[in-house]
Ligand binder design. Structure first.
Ligand SMILES: [Mg+2]
Length: 95
């Protein structure tokens, strides 16, 4: 079964609203692990891996749920180009 088929089935089986609440829950779990790592200097790489994967899965479902995959990809490209330009400027000043 393809990744997109799994997401479509999850949305159909559990519904849009519960799945979108799951996006929020997974993002908060990842937030918690990032903060643990920074504030308590904890070696929680396995938890960071797990929660990052969970968030990626849920963000993919969010995009599919709203049918915004292409728009997000286009926006992401624009943003990355802006970041690259800012980094170029920043690194020129640093020299
Ligand atoms: Mg999780």
């Amino acid at each position: 079964m393809k990744e997109t088929e799994i997401y479509a089935l999850a949305l159909k089986t559990w519904g849009k609203e519960p799945q979108m609440l799951q996006v929020i829950e997974e993002m908060s779990e990842l937030t918690k692990e990032i903060l643990k790592n920074i504030n308590r200097n904890r070696n929680n790489i396995p938890e960071l891996i797990e929660e990052t994967a969970d968030v990626e899965i849920m963000l993919a479902q969010l995009k599919q749920c709203y049918g915004i995959e292409n728009e997000v990809a286009a926006y992401k490209s624009q943003k990355l180009e802006k970041i690259r330009l800012r980094l170029d400027e920043f690194n020129k000043k640093a020299i």
